[in-house]
Structure formats: structure tokens, C-alpha cells
Design a binder for this molecule. Sequence first.
Ligand code: ADP
Ligand code: ZN
Length: 734
Amino acid sequence: MGTSDATTAAGLNGKKRISVLLPLPLADAYDYRVDGNLELQPGDFVVVPLGSRRVIGVVWGDAGGDVDAARIKPVAARLDAPPMPDALRKFIDWVAAYSLSPPGAVLRMAMNVRDVLKPPKPVRAFAAAAVPPDLRMTPARQRVLDVLAGGPPRTASDLSREAGVGASVIKGLAAAGALGAQDLPPGPTFAPPDPDHPGVKLSAEQQAAAASLCDQVDAQKFEVKLLDGVTGSGKTEVYFEAIAAALRLGRQALVLLPEIALTPQWFDRFARRFGTEPVVWHSDLGQARRKLAWRAVATGEARVVVGARSALFLPFAELGFLVVDEEHESAYKQAEGVPYHARDMAIVLAQLMACPIVLASATPSLETRVNVSRGRYGRLELPERFGAAALPAVEAVDMRDSGLKVDEFLAPTLREALVETLNAGEQALLFLNRRGYAPLTLCRVCGHRFECPSCSAWLVEHRFRRQLQCHHCGYNAPVPRACPQCDTEGSLAVCGPGVERIAEEVKTVVPEARVGVMTSDTMHGPDAAQEMVRAIEARELDLLIGTQMVAKGHHFPYLTLVGIVDADLGLGGGDLRASERTYQVLHQVAGRAGRAERPGRVIVQTHQPDHPVMQAMISGDRETFMQLEEDNRAQGGWPPYGRLAAIIVSSRDGAAAAAAAAALARAAPSGPDIQVLGPAPAPLAMLRGQHRQRLLLKTTRDKAVQPVLRAWLSQVAIPPRVRVRIDIDPYSFL
Ligand code: ADP
Ligand code: ZN
């Protein structure tokens, strides 16, 4: 653990000068004066002047004291809101120091909700008043008065629902003086989850794992446990028990999920276990719901929060248990803005909160495995699927001798299996991690390839929308009739498949099948995804074709066949985790097959059937594969056997970026425990019109990268049109 600047709540009494952290990317907290009898504690939200503006900030601690007293401005006001908890302030300092980001930029993530500190509006409610003698009575009006007779005041929306009338009826009655309006204090927004709501009956193995987690929760001390269980073994049901234990202690619980909006089934199961929905937190939530959720966490009304990575920065005052589900997911790494890995930071938060944390996965990350074998984390195992379900049989199809035409992508084995499965009244899933119709469009006459004007990337054809799209910057253009280079009409050809092209091919294989395509761009929002999940559950669809989005946690009892269209897709490129990640996603997709009584079958199409990933898929031998990966990483000194930081230098001016990268390289640190790789043009040498160069700092495990980076960067003057971004523990090498 690093050091922290946040003072504890007791430390400020009688101080007339304080430091206030503002949610802005400033290097430090600013000093302010406390006038009159304003009483302030660390964590209080205050309004302070900044230049000509007024800004909301958080009292961070004692003032440094070296600023001229006459120049220090007074705090304008203290806001009436629960103070930011000590642990969250320490967490913000910790994340800032670790990621080399300004603390204010981290604070901004913790209060990134519009008007969150404005008190909620009171609720307008109506009660019956004396009915004016000249009131024209209608059946609808009478129903409203009947509902109110003798009952408590009700809001307009409750009234209209209970009386079965439109809003205009209530307005009319109020205008006529037949209803009296009054303001009620805002009531509770979230029903408390009930830990004793009857849940499923756990198997003996599940029970043992749950008991161990519950003991940890009861002990309320920091401890990390890996919950390592095959897909369908009941990990979720097991950690629900630990959440119940936290609730019984009067503690809050937080569950992180990688793609929160996309797993409606998780919410159903939570509601079944606890009798109500959890409080949800993610970036697609509207501002109004974000505000409600944030405040409910701050006041303690929210007892269980399920959220995406940014939920770590909510103001929990009584957190007693954390879960990181699918802990191996790279979606936990935020690369933009303040870069952080939510799994790693969740562990830091648990330590600051002195509470236990569970990492759940069927394919734990190498980092976590190594922490288990070093004895830093404990491990609980659920080696079997729940109930009658068995793990699916996996077979590989060697695509080097599949005999397919260039525009065909489904091998005969897979085609036959599709026909058989659908004939048996069961469902199938085809997985291809590529959106759109085809990843490359070219001219057969002159060879012109369609490239993004601002990125070094091919444009992907989206045939449903008749568009060419860049998957990096969002650029799009209609598919032209003629080649823009040689003007030949009808000369354009596409190479390779995306999910849309697979959807076209399956029509020739199973023409009658009801097909759904599930990708982030064919699903407009969480509701569409939820609707498709429902349609599959209700067996209104026979065949689902999708990207990584389909891999997430879904449980479809009639889905018995999974076809992996291109298992090699993630293996290219120089990413140190390419094999591990490919294995994880393939394993997870395969885990969708045969989750109930019907046995599952998985067909893996590959050009590299001997690759360790494919061998591990076929044999089901995860340990041998992960051990091989571990050995490779250990030999190269790669994480978690060494530390990495990426330095990305970018500019609209390619020469300026290259010059700045070269200057950084000349000042590069050296030593027996330090290595600097690069600079080299990034694989995505141009992104959104920015030319990009990369350097990589690699140190041994016992050498922290942050002080090395600070010393290094302070020696090099970076021109204003060049941007240098630091990514500690990088997961993307593009
Ligand atoms: P995992 O998270 O390990 O993939 P889940 O917790 O999603 O596994 O469980 C898989 C399925 O089995 C879910 O539908 C779940 O409700 C069901 N299940 C698991 N354990 C039990 C149990 N003890 N009793 C009834 N159903 C269970
Ligand atoms: Zn682009």
C-alpha cells in the first residue's frame, strides 16, 4: 500500500485553513480559509471560489501553509450532504499516485453526476379537499376521489395508476380545488434486499464454499479469495450467500460485472434470491438514475450495488464485501482518462475498507493464479457443473483442409451439426468476434483497399446499413458504387467474414431457422439485448450469431451447440496476453453449451489445431495450458513476474511525435532492473488523426515503475502539441 495524504476525520478541529480537492485535473489540492464559525471536517463537500467561478470540492485535509495568507480565499459554503468517507478519499489518493494521474481527475470520477449534491426535490402529493359545489362530476373524477377517500396523499402518477385515469383528470381536479397539493419529503427509492428471502438450496460443495466466504464476511477483515469454478457451477449463487451475510451485519456490498447492462439474467437471479432488484451503476444509466443511485449509496440506503468498474468510486460508508465477477475480463481495464484496472483497484479498496473481496472466474487470470500460488490470495474451488449438466464435448475442425470456397466460412462438420441441432428442436450459437459484414473491402481491378482517413485501419463493411466503418474512431461512409481510385463500377470485393456475413451463410444451411444477431452495434442499448436474451429463453429464436457480447454469463437451457467460426482471430499481434485471452473467451463461449440436462457440443474452427490454446480447449486441460503461459511469462520477466508501463506519445504532427519519443528514449533510465523498449510506431500508428509512438518501460517485480517514470519524464521537455500518456500495467499494446 502507498502512503496517503487524506487526513482522518478527527484531524481538523479548530484549523482555520484547509486544503480542498477540486474535481479538475490540477496537480494538487488548493488551500482555502475557513471564516466565522463554519465547522468543517475532512470529506465535507464545500463550494469554493476558483478564479471567477465557484466550484464544488471536497475538504481534503490540513493546508500546506506556505501560501501567502492574504491571498487565500475563503470557503463560500458547506453543502448539506454526507461527507465523503475517509476510505474513499484515501482510495482516490491511492489511485492517483498509482496511475500517475492528478488526484482531482480521480475525484472527478467519484462525483461525475450532474447536480448530485443538490438536495433531491420534495415529492408533490395530492389529498382530497372539500369538493366544490359546482364541480362537474365524471366517473373518472369520482374514481380519483374514491381512491383518496380516507387514504394517505398520493403522487399524481400513483393516483392515475390506482384510479385508472389520465394525468389530465388529476390536473383538472386540482385546478377546480377538489384536490389539495402538499410537498412530502422524498421517500426511499430502493427497497432493501432481504438476506433471508428463500433462495436456491445449495449443493454440498456450494455450501462449503459459501460457508467459507460467509466466515470471512463475518470476520470483517481484508482478505482476497479466488472463487474458481467451471461455467455453470453456481459461483453466483455462492457469492450471493456472502452478500446475505454482509447484509445481516448491516454492511453494504458491491458486485462488479464486466458488462453490466448485458446480463439481465443476473438481475433476475438477484431478485429471486433477495426479493428485490439491486442498485445499478454504469455509464449508460441516465443522469436522473445516476443521481438517485449515488445519493442512495452515500446515505446508506443502497445496500447492494452492482456496477461496472466506475462503481468503485461511489461513496460507500459501510462497505463490507466486494465481488469482482469474471475477474479475468480485460473490460475491467480502463484505458482512457485515468487508466486503472478495476480488479486491482477493487483489491486496494477492500484493503482500505478492511473487508473481504472475492474474485470469481471459470478462467482466472494469470495474475490472480500467481497471487494464489504465492499465498497472497486464498482459493475456493467448484469443479463441477450444478445438477445434471456436464461440460460440453469440444472438437476442432482443421480449416486448412476444409475444402471451403473463398466466400464460405462454415465447415461441413459445423453445417451438419447445425442442421441436426435445429432439427432436434434445440438451439445453436455461432461465435465470431467481429462486427459487421467483412473486415476488408478492396477493388478487384486496381487493388485499392478502403482505409480509414484518420486511423491506420481497414474500413469494415456493415451491410445492414450499407456503410463502411472504422471500428477505432467511428468514421463511416456509404459503400460506393465504383472504386474511388480506378472508377471501375462493380469491382469491389470483400475479404473475410464478420457476423453479418455468417448470418447470410447460415441461410443457405438452415433456411428456416429463426436467427438473431447480437453485437454491440445491432443491439441498440441494454433493452434490445435484454429482449434478445428473452427471445432465446422463450425459444423464439433457433440460432444466435454474435460477438463477445454473447459470451457473458447467459444461461440458455436449450442451447446445445456452439460453433466458433474463427478461433484464431485473437492470436495475432504482439499482445503478451493474446493466448490467455483467446483461451478465456473461447472457454466462456463454449460454456454456453449444454448448461442443463441436454449435453453440449462445441466445434472450434481453426487453422492452428496444434496451438496450445486449441489443445487446451479440446482436452479441457486448463492447468497445463496456464502453466505453459506462466512459464513463458516468468522466463521473459513479463507481468506478473515483472512490471510494465506504456508511454504513448501522440501528435497531429508525425515528426513532432517521433522527435519527442526519441528525446524520451535518449533520457531513458537504465539499470540492471530496468529496461526500456522502443520507441517504435504503435501498431495503430495513426488513431483519430494522431500519429502515435510507443515506448515500454519494463522493471523487475520488486521495482516500482512510478518513481522511475516521474524522474524520467521530468527530464524531458515535451512540446505543447505533443501529448504523452502513461499507462501503468497496460493491457492494450495497440
Ligand atoms: P456460474 O456463475 O458458476 O456460471 P451460476 O451461478 O450462473 O454458475 O449457476 C448456473 C445455473 O445453475 C444458474 O441458472 C443457477 O441458478 C443454477 N444453479 C446453481 N446452483 C444451483 C442450486 N444449488 N440450486 C438450483 N439452481 C442452481
Ligand atoms: Zn478511424
